[in-house]
Design a protein around this ligand. Structure first.
Ligand SMILES: [Zn+2]
Length: 300
């Protein structure tokens, strides 16, 4: 390149650089406009009506499921997707397994604090959003946890004979979901949430439903291998967070990404846990999930 050309490019390269920086910032700011979440009032109550939407074109399932870890060590936060999502080995799950199998309560506590956490993502249409009515009628991604997934599962596989199985994701025979959020014993709680009786979405008008379907997001990215670091990269990150001793904890080891997320919505915690926080009950249920995973590892 001649110097004259180089000089000419000088201004445009600033523009390019600025654009690149903006793109990077966009990626790093965890406010992803595709996601919706219920707005909670000062006492952490929230209410909205949403409709889960069917699988997007070219995809099989109306939800994506993945695991992540979020915890703090003396080297800072470790917030990463867990490769067990893809059936691959995870260095954090491995060290958790080691801690769990020591049988010591103290070690188990550390393992619990670092355990993989379950997330689901679905397309939804917001039906009623009193705190943000501008969202009504729009399609978003919604990230939720085991509790809400259990409610979806119950609607598809009801426990009692007098209850009819529904597919809540169906345009024509699905059902709106009343999301009711409260704070119970210091934890965000979704227990009161429930499905309405079945209803047709958008009056069942094919044109409208087809348009809506066309605006849904693809969920494949949430389990795309490119969003999961390699075993070695994760091990390096883990060791940088914890140091050489996997038993190393910060002074306040009860601080997990979730408690941070609840208190001040720390950006990093948002990334891992935006949208759902666990109740003590879920904690136990997921503990069981984690336990069976550890047992499996131990038997391998
Ligand atoms: Zn893991």
């Amino acid at each position: 390149m001649s110097f004259a050309d180089f000089k000419k490019r000088s201004q445009s390269s600033i523009n390019e650089l600025t654009k690149k920086i903006e793109e990077t910032n966009k990626k790093e700011s965890f406010k992803d406009d595709r996601f919706w979440r219920p707005e909670l009032d000062k006492s952490s109550n929230g209410y909205a009506v949403i409709r889960f939407l069917p699988a997007s074109e070219g995809e099989d399932l109306p939800w994506a499921k993945y695991y992540s870890h979020g915890f703090q060590g003396k080297g800072g936060w470790f917030i990463e997707n867990c490769p067990t999502t893809l059936g691959q080995k995870c260095p954090v799950c491995e060290s958790n397994s080691e801690l769990w199998n020591s049988g010591m309560e103290k070690d188990k506590d550390i393992a619990r604090n670092r355990k993989r956490r379950l997330h689901y993502v679905s397309n939804i249409m917001v039906i009623t959003d009193p705190a943000n009515p501008q969202n009504e009628g729009k399609v978003f991604l919604y990230k939720f946890g085991k509790k809400i997934f259990d409610k979806i599962n119950e609607s598809m596989n009801p426990e009692f004979d007098d209850e009819e199985a529904i597919n809540p994701f169906d345009f024509w025979a699905g059902a709106n979901f009343k999301l009711k959020v409260r704070k119970v014993a210091g934890y965000i709680n979704y227990d009161k949430s429930e499905f309405e009786s079945t209803s047709v979405l958008l009056e069942g008008t094919d044109e409208w439903l087809e348009d809506l379907w066309g605006t849904q997001y693809k969920l494949a990215e949430f389990t795309d291998t490119k969003n999961f670091k390699s075993y070695d990269e994760l091990k390096t990150r883990r060791d940088a967070t914890l140091g050489a001793d996997i038993r190393q904890t910060t002074s306040d080891k009860s601080t997990t990404a979730e408690t941070i997320s609840e208190s001040d919505g720390a950006a990093e915690a948002e990334k891992a846990f935006g949208g759902d926080t666990q109740t003590p009950k879920q904690e136990t249920e997921e503990g069981t999930d984690a336990l069976s995973y550890f047992e499996k590892l131990a038997n391998e």
